[in-house]
Design a protein around this ligand. Structure first.
Ligand SMILES: *[C@@H]1O[C@H](CO)[C@@H](O)[C@H](O)[C@H]1NC(C)=O
Ligand SMILES: *[C@@H]1O[C@H](CO)[C@@H](O)[C@H](O)[C@H]1NC(C)=O
Ligand SMILES: *[C@@H]1O[C@H](CO)[C@@H](O)[C@H](O)[C@H]1NC(C)=O
Ligand SMILES: *[C@@H]1O[C@H](CO)[C@@H](O)[C@H](O)[C@H]1NC(C)=O
Ligand SMILES: *[C@@H]1O[C@H](CO)[C@@H](O)[C@H](O)[C@H]1NC(C)=O
Ligand SMILES: *[C@@H]1O[C@H](CO)[C@@H](O)[C@H](O)[C@H]1NC(C)=O
Ligand SMILES: *[C@@H]1O[C@H](CO)[C@@H](O)[C@H](O)[C@H]1NC(C)=O
Length: 603
């Protein structure tokens, strides 16, 4: 067996050295079970599971080097985004990795049942859990979350030693991401639903006249950030995208009510935005069930779609709804668990498309520590591919200040139980742009709402080191901070957010009536809308779109932002990091101004 592989490699003229195969199984990954879960039994061996193997990408370091170059405004290659084929060429695993992983897989599953991604960096197939347990020398268990939902996972898995360097991740194994976290980053503001009021304004709008902190509308946001007079010219060549997970919905009739009241000229947008279902994601446009209403399903989706249409219309909008919502796990059922990890499912789908919207708004985050390192790395490297293709990938920085994804987190490290600030993923990924939230118009302050304890999120990754483009900004902040909070955060990690936008008391329409919500979930679609309009201007001038924002932002773009210097990111029973002069891990560089953004991109 081993011999025949080597012979065929030689016949094919492949040049890698004869591999030493060490078939001894060694633990590849252990990850603590999040404290919200308890083990309630053994996984049924006959139950089918779909496994995804991430094979080590051949030239990821080269891809990353390209990404830094094409995103650096001072580099000759700035704006020369890579094509789908160029990216696939770089992430394609080496023949050695592919051969070794496949040789092992073919002992367990027949080749025709293995589905490969276009670049060959992901291999997936369905097998009974008992077989998977043999392949990974592990025992899967049923885990129950505090909320009663169950899923099948393990806390540790192994691989033959000779495969360790060729496999980046295997899921589902240790990622408990699906049920709990994956949090939507909005927080409802208490109060009765109201009938919306039409906002009209004659004459030149000013912030004083059209903005009310009790209910923020698109006219206010467009006036505050200076896009209100901008006439999009390149809508046919520009697009903006948003993602839905967890059964979230974008209801067209609610969007129509919102636009009729707050942006009447955009009302057709409610019917024309495009919806795509990925992995059986829900495109529901029928009345919600009582259970959905009770759960507030569709509030996040309403906020995202309405804000984007209100700010960036007529830029065409594409909304993806990704499935993989936890089917209630029933040990006796024989149906395959549709057990994919949602970010990977979505990003791998979108990476296969030849054309991807140039800006994508994402309002979902997890506490980084609930996501295994291998999974975070793989998903983050997929985001790097989107960025290299010229897409600005935006994520909200979370709603629990320094304490995690939602207010009131427990702030315990799951490594040693010590008290720590809790950073979020994907904001901690260095290839995405993280968006914080502000409140108030004069001055603008880091967002905090005493009614629901929403506080804008910020922090430092424990998984991803600080990229060079932010080293100077972060160093300067840490110098100002001194030894406050020492030991509670990781000074060498990727720090976020990168910038911020208003995020309190957004008026939205849900279930036919007006609601108010807070969140970096509100700030992120607004930021996405502003960058989509900036791309429109660039396209109209025959220039490349922005692509990955951060190297440009930390070098030149920052000049287009109003620095937010007061407020903080309370969490973990502390006031959290303070906002300061210059970049800070609360509001980033502050809030954008469109006229200055145009200047910063040379228009
Ligand atoms: C799995 O469980 C069986 C039965 O309890 C045990 O013998 C075996 O050592 C376990 N395997 C691993 C990898 O933990
Ligand atoms: C949000 O709106 C409510 C009224 O609905 C108002 O009482 C509150 O002060 C507003 N919050 C802020 C931070 O302006
Ligand atoms: C897709 O979703 C529908 C309705 O939500 C459900 O009935 C169907 O079983 C799902 N199909 C798969 C393959 O999960
Ligand atoms: C949703 O709208 C229906 C119809 O107007 C109403 O009866 C119901 O109370 C609303 N539910 C919620 C949770 O707002
Ligand atoms: C701090 O971050 C670095 C990566 O930037 C990581 O190697 C290290 O393990 C982290 N420390 C802790 C305590 O998590
Ligand atoms: C949207 O929600 C409303 C309830 O607010 C419901 O009646 C309607 O069927 C949903 N879908 C569409 C397309 O209107
Ligand atoms: C915050 O303080 C309260 C009251 O002392 C305590 O119950 C809670 O556990 C603390 N939370 C954290 C995250 O330290």
């Amino acid at each position: 067996m081993r011999g025949s592989i080597i012979v065929s490699a030689v016949l094919l003229g492949l040049s890698y050295a004869k591999p030493t195969l060490n078939r001894r199984y060694v633990v590849k990954e252990s990850h603590p079970v999040p404290t919200e879960f308890s083990r309630v039994g053994e996984a049924p061996g006959h139950h089918l599971m779909r496994l995804q193997i991430a094979v080590k990408q051949g030239q990821f370091e080269v891809l990353e080097k390209h990404l830094w170059e094409i995103s650096d405004p001072d580099h000759a290659r700035y704006g020369k985004h890579l094509s789908l084929a160029e990216v696939n060429d770089l992430v394609k695993p080496t023949d050695e990795s592919t051969d070794m992983v496949r040789e092992w897989l073919h002992e367990h599953v027949s080749p025709e049942h293995i589905e490969a991604s276009p670049a060959g960096d992901f291999l997936s197939f369905t097998l009974p859990i008992a077989k998977i347990e043999q392949m990974l020398q592990t025992n899967y268990s049923i885990y129950q979350h505090e909320d009663g939902s169950k899923l099948v996972r393990t806390h540790e898995w192994s691989l033959p030693l000779h495969l360790h360097e060729h496999v980046s991740a295997v899921q589902p194994t240790t990622a408990f991401i699906r049920t709990v976290p994956q949090a939507k980053t909005y927080v409802s503001v208490p109060g009765a639903a109201e009938v919306p009021t039409v906002q009209t304004y004659g004459g030149k709008p000013t912030v004083e006249k059209v903005c009310d902190t009790a209910g923020v509308t698109p006219l206010c946001l467009r006036t505050l950030y200076g896009t209100v007079d901008y006439k999009p010219k390149a809508a046919g060549r520009n697009q903006i995208g948003l993602t839905n997970y967890l059964g979230e919905l974008n209801n067209r009739s609610d969007a129509a009510i919102y636009l009729k009241n707050y942006r009447p000229e955009a009302i057709s947008g409610a019917q024309t935005f495009k919806q795509i279902s990925v992995a059986n994601g829900s495109l529901q446009q029928t009345p919600e069930t009582p259970a959905q209403l009770k759960a507030g399903t569709g509030v996040e989706g309403a906020l995202d779609v309405q804000t984007i249409l209100g700010v960036s219309w007529p830029t065409p909008l594409l909304a993806w709804s990704t499935g993989g919502d936890p089917p209630p796990f029933t040990p006796d059922a024989d149906d395959p668990t549709v057990d994919n990890e949602p970010y990977l499912t979505w990003v791998n789908y979108v990476l296969r498309q030849p054309f991807v919207p140039q800006v994508i708004s994402n309002s979902y985050e997890d506490n980084e520590q609930t996501v295994p390192l291998s999974y975070a790395r793989v998903v983050c490297s997929q985001f790097a591919q989107l960025s290299a293709r010229g897409v600005s990938v935006l994520f909200g920085s979370g709603d629990g200040g320094v304490g995690g994804v939602q207010p009131g987190g427990s702030c315990k490290s799951n490594v040693d139980g010590s008290t720590r600030f809790i950073p979020l993923f994907p904001s901690s990924c260095p290839y995405v742009t993280s968006i914080g939230a502000t409140v108030g118009f004069n001055p603008e302050v880091a967002a905090y709402d005493p009614r629901n304890k929403f506080s804008t999120g910020g922090g430092f990754s424990n998984y991803f080191p600080q990229p060079a483009w932010q080293a100077k900004a972060v160093k300067s902040y840490l110098h100002t901070l001194g030894d406050e909070f020492e030991g509670l955060y990781n000074t060498s990690g990727r720090a976020y957010p990168d910038l911020s936008v208003y995020g309190v008391n957004y008026t939205i329409i849900w279930n036919g009536t007006l609601r108010r919500v807070d969140g970096t979930s509100a700030a992120t679609p607004t930021a996405a809308g502003i960058f989509a309009l900036l791309n429109d201007a660039l396209i109209a001038h025959g220039k490349p779109t922005l692509g990955f924002l951060n190297p440009w932002l930390y070098k030149k773009g920052k000049a287009a932002f109003v620095d937010v210097t007061s407020g903080s990111a309370p969490g973990c029973n502390t006031t959290g990091f303070p906002a300061t002069i210059g970049w800070d891990p609360v509001t980033g560089f502050g809030t954008p101004r469109f006229d200055k953004l145009l200047k910063a991109v040379g228009l």
